[in-house]
Design a protein around this ligand. Sequence first.
Ligand SMILES: *[C@@H]1O[C@H](CO)[C@@H](O)[C@H](O)[C@H]1NC(C)=O
Ligand SMILES: *[C@@H]1O[C@H](CO)[C@@H](O)[C@H](O)[C@H]1NC(C)=O
Ligand SMILES: *[C@@H]1O[C@H](CO)[C@@H](O)[C@H](O)[C@H]1NC(C)=O
Length: 978
Amino acid sequence: MTNKSSLLFLFLFPQLIFLHAYSDLDTLLNLKSSLVGPSGSGLHDWVAPQPSNPYAHCSFSGVTCDANSHVISLNITNVPLFGTLSSDIGLLDKLINLTLAANNLTGPLPSEMSKLTSLKNVNLSWNGFNGTFPSEMVLKLTELEVFDVYNNNFMGNLPGEFVKLKKLKFLKLAGNYFSGEIPEIYSEFNSLTHLALQGNSLTGRIPASLAMIPNLEELYLGYFNVYEGGIPPEFGTISTLQLLDLGMCNLTGEIPASLGNLKHLHTLFLQVNNLTGNIPPELSGLISLMSLDLSINNLSGEIPETFSELTNLTLINLFQNKFQGPLPKFIGDLPNLEVLQIWNNNFTLGLPENLGTSGRLILLDVTKNHITGTIPKNLCQGGRLKTLILMDNYFYGPIPNELGECMSLTRIRIKKNFLNGTIPSGFFKLPMLDMMELNDNFFTGELPDEITATSLGSVDLSNNWITGKIPREIGNLINLEILSLDMNKFYGEIPREVFDLKKLSKLNFSGNGLSGGIPVSIERDSHLTFIDLSRNSLDGEIPKSICGIQNLNVLNLSSNKLDGEIPGEIGLMKSLTILDLSYNDFTGRRPSVGLLKDLDDRFFAGNPKLCPPRATFCPSVSSPHNSHNKSHLSKIVILIIVLITILSLLPGILFMFRRRRLEKSKAWRLTAFQRLDFRVEDVLECLKEENIIGKGGAGTVYRGSMSNGIDVAIKRLIARGNSNSHNDRGFMAEIQTLGRIRHRNIVRLIGYVSNKDTNLLLYEYMSHGSLGEMIHGSKGAHLQWESRYRIAVEAAKGLCYLHHDCSPSIIHRDVKSNNILLDSDYEAHVADFGLAKFFHDAGASECMSSIAGSYGYIAPEYAYTLKVDQKSDVYSFGVVLLELITGRKPVGGFGDGVDIVRWVRKTTSELSQPSDVASVLAVVDSRLTGYPLTGAVNLFKIAMLCVEDESSARPTMREVVHMLTNPPKSALNHLTSL
Ligand SMILES: *[C@@H]1O[C@H](CO)[C@@H](O)[C@H](O)[C@H]1NC(C)=O
Ligand SMILES: *[C@@H]1O[C@H](CO)[C@@H](O)[C@H](O)[C@H]1NC(C)=O
Ligand SMILES: *[C@@H]1O[C@H](CO)[C@@H](O)[C@H](O)[C@H]1NC(C)=O
């Protein structure tokens, strides 16, 4: 063909030019069918054009074409997509940018990606891609500059092939399950500026040779990687380094002084390791340093004087170490300091007087040191201070009035000091203040009349010397939940307005000089759970309206001058558990309805005019007819027997009935969170009675052996009482989230099977059952100290992950020994997390309370606040630790109403010569034969911290893990044979 005729040819058949481009359209449509997965969603405008149009795909959302209608960029972010990336991607061979971030894609990366030889930027972060990484594919991508697969589920060793890509600048393999060592060959990168490997399962030593990467600027290696050894001193030679993040990866040894050579370093994160020794003074060479985090290590010594040169510092975190000495004066002069957190150390003397003068300070936390002196007056000079925490120190003198003008404050926690003077009246006007904790000081004076701090949720002024009347303007604090004014010198009447506060749940006015009556107008919809008005001079009758408070749990009116008859309705208050009416002036017969019937006499003591319920000398009240009662009783007994018989037959009938229904219903769907080599039928096949391995709060668990030899645990959820579709969607979303969670100490959810009315969750099978069965069963004696301690650590790590490393963070809600499962190596895995909230109303099992959690494990604040948070899990975990130490069940063995926590407290408080060792010996499991006594003391102390009544006093799970894995040195020696 001549040139001319070929032109003519093209003129006649223009679409041939676009032959290739048109196939990009097909490719995209094919890609779409796997990207959206079977459930659809996303990419709505990716449709075949009508009439056909060869450019159509270039206007698909997320698609960019070149002049020839070749796709050069795909950017689909946060759509979300639920499918997989098919091998068709290899056909888009002009692709330069590929961004499929923050979707929910799963499956492996197709090896056909090796055909995308023009690729420069790849971002597949925040998906569920899995499998081993297709390393050979990498070799072909010679143009690659950016490669980001952050937060996926890749496994295996880190691919070494990346070093062959001479243009690669940015490599982020963080947040996956890569294991093994960091390859030495990574030292051969030559253009790399960012290397992010944090959040994997890497081990071994950190290779010093990484220091040879010539232009490295940011290096992230920490979080869940567990290395041997310490920080390579060679890192001090990476002269281009700007950011070094080695947080939380088990580093030991000292901080190398050579790091002081890093002139461009702006961020140094070494927190949560086992670093020891002093801060090397040479670090003053870090002239660009802005953020320094050395918290939660074993560092000691003083802050080096040479640090005065680090004038760029904005963040200093030194908390939870063994630092000592005074806080150097220059800290107050750092012109850019915003955050200073040094809690839990041994710092002494005063805070630098100039602290805050720079006008930049936002957060100051010096809790639990030995700091004394007065509070510097310029802390809020710039009007930016949000959080001021000085609690548990030796501060004295008044609070500077300047702080009362600090409009930015959200939190003031300065309890347990020696402060005096009047509380600045401005505190009660701060618009953003949420928490005011000034208890256990020596404050005097009166509260102001002007109270407008409407964000306040919690005010604690207890145990001071504050006087005057309780201002009625307290009623302005519409968001107040906790008001503690106990143990002061307040007098006058209780303002009625306090009881109008809709959100108030805890009210404590005990130990003051209050007089007059209890206001009668208490709203029925009040949220009060705790009222303590004891030890005042209140008079008059108990207002009946108190009996209408639905959630009231504690009512203490003791030691007042109340009179009149005790309203019998009090006994009918369903949630009331503590009632103290002692030392008043009540008259008439003591009612014996409901709660009042079983209440110990001492809660009525000191009321000389009150007759006991059955006393003969109260003639005005007639005694009940006993015979009448008896016949009633026998009827009730018969009724109960009939009911029990019916109920015991019911499960069998229901089971047969349900199974039949199960088989009939065909619309089953299997959703897998990892590769599964079996079918729905295989799963259903296993739902036989003989396969039942447990029944829990949320349903029945079966063991399933799949045809490919893999064992799974199948949990059939009980039908949820109020399962409307809205609720179901929440449930499904939750399941999706849970399916993405991967942690060594968490039982993996590998998939679920559902149809219209049944949900089956598939979990990894744990062959040694639960810790509860183990320790409370006949095999308990085999579980010796080392194993118990290891299980404690592993379970703590699992919970810690749920609380602190999942986003959004997950509250377990039902931590108990029966939910800690042991695999074939007896490694502990936390099971059944995050689901309890969907089963409140079902009342599924006797061991699960109707509210949240299981009896014996429920944190006390639940009764007051009806809220669960991470700290409620910590309490439950403390109970598990006590089970490990004592070998006893949380409830049942100690008599009515006593649980393991109360039993331990009682037993240890009755010791004639109390000490930690004596306490442990008094409660320890007698089946333990040889164990390190100091180790047991350590575990015991941690357990008791976790079960503190006050949730704020409990450690976080992160702190628990730290305490468990860093026992005091003495806890490791002294093997005591008992
Ligand atoms: C991809 O699109 C998002 C918005 O949808 C945008 O924020 C992001 O910068 C884009 N990325 C690239 C690499 O073009
Ligand atoms: C590819 O991404 C880079 C970096 O985000 C951007 O600068 C470039 O314009 C993108 N190219 C195309 C063709 O979208
Ligand atoms: C999809 O993934 C995002 C994070 O990448 C997550 O927040 C979201 O909950 C997931 N959606 C579902 C339905 O699982």
